[in-house]
Each structure stands twice: as structure tokens, then as C-alpha cells.
Design a protein around this ligand. Structure first.
Ligand code: PLP
Length: 408
């Protein structure tokens, strides 16, 4: 497919965008950071798999089993190509959360010891905090956050100082789901590597905004979820550098993760199978492969340019609203805008905007430590997807302004 960017044509590919809500209002979907909608290409690929090729994978000798296995392993190859990795470095999980838990429960239990420090950032999603806290509680290690500056960027000077010999792993988000900040993960990983520190990057909010290459980043692990990349829920990816995966114990037991089972003892398969116990989410992997194929047909530079324009437009218009406080104004950010308005509850803004057809998210966005950092309990969050138009931005800002006017 040749890469192009035509917003009207892209919008036409999402059946759900023709939905109407609340007395026939057109849906303005501004919640792509929570989950992205599925284009027809992805929906068709999953249906076609189920209607034409469905079977369990890996252990059958019949035609459908062979076809399903080929498609499932083809999906793995597709993910690997997207990330610049090898297929045997790609593990299918339930999503980013499970990918973090997998590394914490295997590599973490194997390597983290009393007195060790797990370094995260203050802008992490709970998914990249809690699994590490669980390992810390078991081992006597501690979890320490790199501070976030007032504009929502990571405090690089502190990061540099905090990457000391007692750090066992640096687990940091590529893009913040609240602030939109893009962290310079390549630089952070390079600093960590120089000091022999293992690195985990949470890419849940990064993959849908452009190219990601794990070799360029230089991380040991990278995770993302299909449902934030125009694919289905229930499936995600853990990339692990080959040498890392090879030395790690299994995560769960059963199914295809074995080499040989006997009551005298069981030996395990090589990665990636070692980490995929039980029947995988087959339709999910097929849907993810279709999503990647579809996403790669979009001109990435044009998408970035479009998103930057939308961001500037929305930021400027929102800033005109009296009492507006945008949380996260780093110069390097994607199309995510979190805000609070003086004297008005975030949830009330969200509810009124919804009545006007605008879907935004309100809450702590699974980032309570970050909410504490900025002294708020919740924010309204507007987040853009590939389908987002200037008209969407206009209508969303209008809905927010109207809500504030009504609530004051
Ligand atoms: N990390 C970040 C930065 C996220 O934004 C999210 C979801 O919002 C997650 C992790 C968890 O993703 P999932 O719920 O798909 O496992």
C-alpha cells in the first residue's frame, strides 16, 4: 500500500463515526487515548479469519490448523517488522498491563533484590507502577519516581542523577496518557545502558502516533496494546531483547509453553512460546496485524503534521476559556490535552459535552500520582486519533465553553 493522508477518506473507513448520540447528534470521538476505534479493514480481517480460516493454532495437522497457524505467526512477523525486531522477540499478551506484569513476575522476581530500586517516572500509568510495587513488596526493593516538571516534561537532570548503581530497572512511559508528553526514551535508555541498567518502555500511547523502532530506542523491553492502535481489545505485545527473553523463566504454565512434560520434571520451550501458555487470542492477533497493515498505509509524517496543527488549534481555542488550566504543555507532545477549569467540576464538563455529542474522558486516567503532582483529583482529557478533524476540535471546544458557561 502507498502511504497517504486524506482525512475525509480516513474518516469514511470508521463505521462507528456515523453513529449518532443524544437526539441524533453526530458523534465527536475525542477519546482515542482510552481506545481507538476500528477501521473496516480490521473488522473485515477478523471476520474473514473467523469465517474462513478459524482453528486452533500450532498443534493441528489439518488444513485450517495450518492456515490459522500461518496467519497467527504472520501476525507476529508483522509486529516484529513494525517495531524493527525479530519475530522470536515478540510475545503476544492481553495488553500493555499484562506485558508489564509478565516482565515484573519473571525477570523482576529473578533479578530484583532487597535494597534495589525500580526507577519509574511520576507520569506513569498505574499499569507501569503497580506490578513493580508488587515485586518490590515481595523482594524488599523500592519504587522511586523521576519527577515531572511544571510543563509536564520529565525532569531530565533528576533522571540523570537518579540513574545510579542501585537501580535495577528503569521502567518509563514513551508517551504520557495524561500530559501527552513524549519522553526521549532513546536518551534515557542510553544513559541506563551505560550504567548497566535494564530498561522497560511502556509504548501504550506511542505506537498510534508514528513509527517506533525498538533498536533505535535501545530498550530491553517495549510494550503496547492493540486496542490503542486501531486493533481489538484483549491482545497486546511485549517485545523483549532476545538475550533477555532467553534467560527468563516462564510466566504461566500450560499449553504451548512446554518442551517436554513428565512427572519427573518439565522443560520449557524457547521464547516466544515459553511465555505464551494456553490458546492465544487468535482473532486479536489477526486484527492487530490488519491494524498495523492499515496504519502503515497512512503517511506518518503527514499524520504528525496534521496532529500538531490540531493540537495547536485546540490549545489556542481552549486557552480562551476563562479559568482554563491545561496540564501538560511540554513542547514535545502528542494530541492529548488534559485540563481543569477553575470553579467547575471536570465530571460536569464531561457530562454536558457528552450531551452535545462530544466523547471525552474525565477522571484520574489511572495516573493518581501524577494527579497528586499537579494538585488535582481529576481532569477532562481530549485525545486525538487519525480520524480527528479541525471540525471535531471546534465542536469539542465549543462544548467545553458551553458547559463552563452553564456551570458558572
Ligand atoms: N500505559 C499507558 C501509558 C496507558 O495509557 C495505558 C492505557 O490507557 C496502559 C498502560 C494500559 O493499557 P491496557 O489497559 O491496554 O493494558
Amino acid at each position: 500500500m502507498t502511504a497517504t493522508f486524506d482525512i475525509a477518506a480516513i474518516r469514511a473507513e470508521f463505521p462507528i463515526l456515523s453513529r449518532r448520540v443524544h437526539d441524533g447528534r453526530p458523534l465527536v470521538y475525542m477519546d482515542s487515548a482510552a481506545t481507538t476505534m476500528k477501521p473496516r479493514h480490521v473488522l473485515d480481517a477478523m471476520r474473514s479469519f473467523d469465517e474462513q480460516h478459524y482453528s486452533n493454532v500450532h498443534r493441528g495437522s489439518h488444513t485450517l490448523a495450518a492456515e490459522a497457524t500461518e496467519m497467527f505467526e504472520g501476525a507476529r512477523t508483522q509486529v516484529a517488522a513494525m517495531l524493527g525486531a525479530n519475530a522470536d522477540e515478540i510475545i503476544f499478551t492481553k495488553g500493555t498491563t499484562e506485558s508489564v506484569n509478565l516482565v515484573a513476575a519473571t525477570w523482576g522476581r529473578q533479578h530484583v533484590q532487597t535494597e534495589d530500586v525500580i526507577l519509574v517516572s511520576a507520569m506513569e500509568h498505574h499499569a507501569n507502577i503497580v506490578p513493580w510495587q508488587m515485586v518490590a513488596a515481595e523482594t524488599g526493593a523500592s519504587v522511586r519516581p523521576i519527577p515531572v516538571l511544571e510543563d509536564g516534561s520529565l525532569d531530565d537532570a533528576s533522571a540523570r542523577q537518579m540513574l545510579t548503581a542501585d537501580i535495577r530497572i528503569l521502567a518509563v512511559t514513551h508517551v504520557s496518557n495524561v500530559l501527552g508528553t513524549v519522553n526521549n526514551v532513546a536518551r534515557l535508555c542510553a544513559m541506563a545502558r551505560e550504567r548497566g541498567i535494564v530498561t522497560f518502555v511502556d509504548g501504550a500511547q506511542a505506537v498510534q502516533h508514528g513509527n517506533v523502532n525498538v533498536r533505535d530506542i535501545g530498550c530491553d523491553f517495549y510494550a503496547f496494546s492493540a486496542h490503542k492502535l486501531y486493533g481489538p481489545t484483549g491482545v497486546g505485545v511485549l517485545y523483549g531483547r532476545r538475550e533477555m527473553l532467553a534467560s527468563m523463566p516462564p510466566y504461566q504454565g500450560g499449553g504451548a509453553m512446554i518442551d517436554r512434560v513428565s512427572f519427573a520434571g518439565t522443560t520449557y520451550a524457547e521464547p516466544p512460546m515459553r511465555f505464551e501458555a494456553g490458546t492465544p487470542h487468535l482473532e486479536g492477533a489477526i486484527g492487530l496485524a490488519a491494524a498495523i497493515e492499515w496504519f502503515r498505509s497512512i503517511d506518518c509524517d503527514a499524520l504528525r503534521h496534521h496532529e500538531a496543527e490540531l493540537l495547536a488549534h485546540a490549545t489556542e481555542e481552549l486557552s480562551r476559556i476563562d479559568g482554563m488550566r491545561i496540564i501538560g504543555t511540554s513542547p514535545n507532545k502528542v494530541g492529548i490535552i488534559s485540563f481543569v477549569v477553575d470553579g467547575v467540576h471536570a465530571s460536569d464538563i464531561g457530562m454536558i459535552a457528552d450531551r452535545m455529542g462530544v466523547a471525552m474522558r474525565v477522571g484520574h486516567h489511572c495516573a493518581q500520582p501524577l494527579m497528586d503532582r499537579f494538585g488535582v483529583s481529576s481532569t477532562v482529557r481530549m485525545s486525538f486519533g487519525v480520524h480527528t478533524s479541525h471540525d471535531d476540535v471546534q465542536q469539542s471546544v465549543h462544548a467545553v465553553a458551553k458547559a463552563v458557561e452553564m456551570l458558572r
